[in-house]
Write a protein that binds this ligand. Structure first.
Ligand code: GRF
Length: 199
């Protein structure tokens, strides 16, 4: 394969706009890592189209083809280890990974979440912040641990809520911030400037 460069796997289930931001950063040479594969659980997702347009290898793991969650995750881990993946980047992957999987990539798995963690954890963070009338929310890149949306934070950026904002407007500005901070966080990791806190 390559050159000593960090090999990463980006996991997606949906639109893949964060994948796109990472792919563009890789192309520009600012990611300092190589996106070796794109992993998905959803054959219909637009992220896969983006991966194909950038000529990236795609691995599709369809949960219903496996007898158990354990078998599913073991297959993914085996594949990633064979491909010498050094970092997993979760980018809208809609499955919660078990402690087995998290252990297999301990300190080597990142996630992006659309809030200023620890505020607004969970699957509807933007809507929850909007409905709570929060004056500001944002986006966070963090290491993945067993506790959902609670691993050590690498980068965060706040997004102010404007008076005129509809949910959609706030969503767009948060996504734009995600697309800035995720490639930066991956680069920090690739350059050895950030490591997971030891337990
Ligand atoms: C992002 O808002 C991210 O924070 C969350 O899932 C969304 C994925 O969006 N984890 P996309 O598929 O990257 O466009």
């Amino acid at each position: 394969m390559s050159s000593g460069q960090l090999q990463i796997a980006v996991f997606c289930s949906g639109n893949g706009s964060n994948l796109e931001a990472l792919l563009r950063a890789e192309k520009k040479g600012t990611l300092k890592a190589r996106i070796a594969i794109v992993v998905s659980d959803n054959p219909e997702c637009y992220a896969l189209e983006r991966a194909r347009l950038h000529r990236k290898q795609v691995l599709l793991f369809i949960p219903k083809h496996y007898n158990s969650r354990q078998a599913y995750e073991e297959m993914i881990v085996r594949n990633l280890k064979e491909k010498k993946i050094g970092l997993i980047v979760l980018a809208g992957f809609m499955r919660i990974l078990t402690p087995y999987f998290v252990r297999a990539f301990k300190g080597r798995m990142l996630n992006i979440h659309p809030s200023m963690l620890p505020a607004f954890k969970g699957a509807h963070a933007i809507r929850d912040a909007f409905e709570a009338g929060a004056a500001a929310t944002g986006a966070t890149v963090h290491f993945v641990t067993d506790d959902l949306d609670a691993g050590p934070v690498i980068l965060q950026k706040a997004v102010k809520r404007l008076k005129s904002d509809k949910l959609d407007d706030l969503e767009k500005r948060i996504h734009a911030v995600e697309h800035q901070i995720y490639p930066k966080a991956v680069r920090l990791y690739a350059e050895g400037k950030v490591i997971a806190r030891r337990a």
